[in-house]
Design a protein around this ligand. Structure first.
Ligand code: COA
Length: 189
């Protein structure tokens, strides 16, 4: 175990030390939960290459269609994302007792010329394992991502969500942009 509490032998998708520098959390928590300490056996950290064996894709299948992703495909995608420095902040919560990833959310940082050549951030793929819902873990994940977006210098953070999740995201200050529309063309599921 490294000095900062993150295991040195693991391959993280981004530098875990970034999480320890975050200070601008917004949400209020119950039951002693804090963003960097979400529970006695729970560890918040960046996604690791090793998470293929810790149920990461099974967790994502509680959010949407994942399909068959081989270890080779997972590793290839992970390495490509990691190589895009300062872009993919895939953040997970592991239950260290069961060694399973039980929550995940991603912040994608998109570089821009506009807004003084800064960046915008998007929150994507927020999911908590259904046996762990209602324990403030979704709140922890989104709070951490918003804080990351702010502290990485993004001029805004946005997301798309279903109607029934709108109230959840208002906790962090997200609001529908006046006169803004979300449009899409879907090529496949
Ligand atoms: C949405 C989701 C991530 C919430 O995770 P969670 O761990 O159960 O949420 P939390 O326990 O952190 O909830 C935090 C607060 O938000 C509230 N909340 C949670 N989900 C909510 C929702 N859909 N609508 C309104 N409020 C919600 C909780 O009641 C709680 O309130 P409290 O702090 O006053 O007790 C989880 O339900 C999930 O994974 N759903 C399936 C995937 C999904 O829809 N993802 C979002 C894609 S946009």
């Amino acid at each position: 175990m490294a000095e900062n509490g993150f295991q040195g032998a693991l391959t993280y998708i981004y530098d875990p030390a970034i999480l320890l520098r975050l200070t601008s959390f917004q949400a209020e928590y119950k039951n002693g939960v804090t963003p960097l300490n979400p529970g006695e056996t729970l560890k918040l950290r960046p996604l690791c290459l090793e998470d293929y064996d810790k149920g990461y894709l099974q967790l994502l299948s509680q959010l949407t269609s994942v399909g068959d992703v081989t270890r080779e495909q997972f590793e290839d995608r992970f390495n490509k994302m990691k190589a895009c420095d300062d872009t993919y902040y895939v953040t997970v919560i592991e239950d260290t007792t069961s060694k399973q990833v039980i929550g995940s959310a991603t912040l994608v940082k998109e570089q821009k010329f506009i807004h003084r050549s800064t960046a915008r951030a998007r929150v994507e793929d927020v999911v908590v394992n259904d046996s762990y819902r209602g324990k403030q873990l979704g709140k922890v994940l989104v709070d951490v991502l918003v804080s990351l977006g702010r502290e990485l210098g993004c001029y805004k953070v946005s997301l798309e969500c279903k109607d029934h999740n709108v109230k959840f995201y208002t906790i962090f200050g997200f609001e529908a942009g006046k006169g803004q529309n979300y449009m899409q063309i879907r090529f496949f599921d």
